[in-house]
Design a protein. Structure first.
Length: 305
């Protein structure tokens, strides 16, 4: 695969993730957020199982079986994914698709900040104005300038934290295991099971509701979880890190576009300014380190390794 082909594949991934916000929003009319998340992530895990099985056999032939510690790492990634996905799904019930798409992107500048706090990796100076700019952008986008902070906006923005921690850990652990498909399928399964257990405890679980939301669940399970997350892993083997980060951040633009075309959502002037500011900061934190030629590459990746 060439670098251009990898970039095109990442664009498709961003397109799928952006469109998934519409499906997630519509699916909430018939099932609760925990049930929706649980079923779609189990579907995503099933999609990747054939690749994971082939990878398991390859590791066996190479005498490199996964250890119990590897299993714990996969379970930890699944827990982080559960927190991020469920918080985002709860928030989508109370906010617009456009807001959800842009607020989710807060994780992009948050990743290097947490890398410095948790791992001691020194972030490039551009991180700090970009992080502040994203906070201001979220402030404008959510309508907080009118003293009307939406509950859904807070939930979606909060989901950026577990997503960012997940990004930091999944790269380190998947590389060490040498088993990206096993990691992907395993963490999806953990997320699905945990979400379903919580759904049976906290939500009404009705088969009729699942049937009514079958298409949104199937689309997000197969396309967003199973195909898009896996395609990202494949494409990033050949794409430059900066290319991948910038292209995948276009998820937010696709979310706004699909919200406009399919749901008729519109942004007020302050919201448009907030969107532009957030996108500008996302690009700033990715591009400035390239122009200044840092001695080592900044840790800037995507939510969904």
């Amino acid at each position: 695969m060439t670098r251009l082909q990898a970039n095109l594949l990442l664009t498709v991934v961003a397109l799928i993730w952006g469109s998934a916000f519409v499906a997630q929003s519509r699916g909430m009319a018939d099932v609760g957020p925990l049930l929706f998340t649980g079923v779609r992530f189990l579907i995503g895990s099933a999609v990747v199982v054939p690749l994971a099985w082939a990878e398991w056999r390859r590791l066996g032939r190479q005498c490199r079986p996964l250890t119990r510690l590897d299993g714990l790492h996969i379970a930890g990634l699944g827990l982080l994914m559960t927190l991020g996905a469920v918080m985002q799904q709860i928030g989508i019930q109370f906010t617009s698709v456009t807001n959800a798409g842009f607020l989710t992107a807060v994780y992009v500048p948050l990743v290097p900040v947490l890398a410095w706090l948790m791992l001691g990796h020194v972030a490039h100076w551009s991180v700090w104005p970009a992080a502040l700019g994203c906070l201001v952008g979220a402030f404008l986008l959510s309508g907080a300038h009118k003293l009307n902070v939406g509950l859904g906006d807070l939930w979606v923005a909060g989901s950026a934290i577990p997503w960012a921690v997940h990004v930091l850990m999944v790269g380190r652990w998947a590389d060490r295991m040498g088993a990206p498909f096993l990691v992907a399928s395993g963490q999806f399964a953990v997320c699905g099971v945990l979400s379903l257990i919580a759904a049976f405890v906290m939500e009404p679980v009705r088969w009729a509701g699942i049937e009514a939301a079958a298409w949104p669940i199937a689309y997000t399970g197969v396309m967003s979880v199973g195909i898009a997350f896996t395609a990202q892993v494949v494409a990033q083997r050949y794409a430059h890190a900066a290319d991948a980060a910038i292209i995948l951040s276009a998820e937010t633009l696709f979310a706004a576009a699909f919200g406009y075309v399919l749901l008729g959502e519109r942004l007020h002037t302050a919201g448009l300014v907030g969107c532009g500011l957030m996108l500008g900061c996302i690009l700033l934190v990715q591009l400035v380190p390239l122009f200044s030629r840092p001695r080592r590459e900044s840790i800037l990746t995507n939510p969904s390794n």
